[in-house]
Design a protein around this ligand. Structure first.
Ligand code: HEC
Length: 105
């Protein structure tokens, strides 16, 4: 009985840990490619949406941005949920307050 309780407690911890951080399970290499291909079209230097780089936001701000998808949905229509996860991961990994901030997409 004690063992079962431990297992339940452990799985709960894992579930909580992964939901606490928005950027999980994305592929940052794919995300970088998708970001350049899809987002930079409007968010390059002098672009219509203003320049956006991973350093535009902090890790927490990127989590919020993707959680609420604070964007006009129209340009993001062609992206799958996994695509967005990958882009989220890339931006998060190189956010302004991350260990490896990156200016270019
Ligand atoms: C078709 C053009 C277009 C594409 C493609 C596009 N955006 Fe945007 N984006 C805009 C425009 C225009 C705004 C400004 C909207 C506003 O402020 O009302 C904007 C706003 C933003 C902002 C807010 C800027 C800020 O300072 O908070 C972020 C962040 C952003 N976009 C990220 C992205 C990401 C990430 C992608 C790719 C997944 C993307 N955008 C794709 C046009 C685009």
């Amino acid at each position: 009985m004690k063992r079962i309780t431990t297992i339940i407690a452990l799985s709960l911890t894992v579930a909580l840990a992964s939901s606490a951080f928005g950027a999980e399970g994305g592929n940052p290499r794919k995300g970088k490619h998708l970001f350049k291909k899809t987002c930079k079209e409007c968010h390059g230097a002098g672009g219509a949406g203003g320049e956006v780089t991973p350093m535009t936001k902090t890790m927490q701000q990127w989590d919020r941005f993707f959680e609420k998808l604070e964007h006009n949905p129209e340009p993001l229509k062609g992206l799958s949920e996994q695509d967005l996860k990958d882009i989220h991961q890339f931006l998060y990994d190189h956010a302004a307050d991350s260990p490896h901030p990156e200016t270019c997409g």
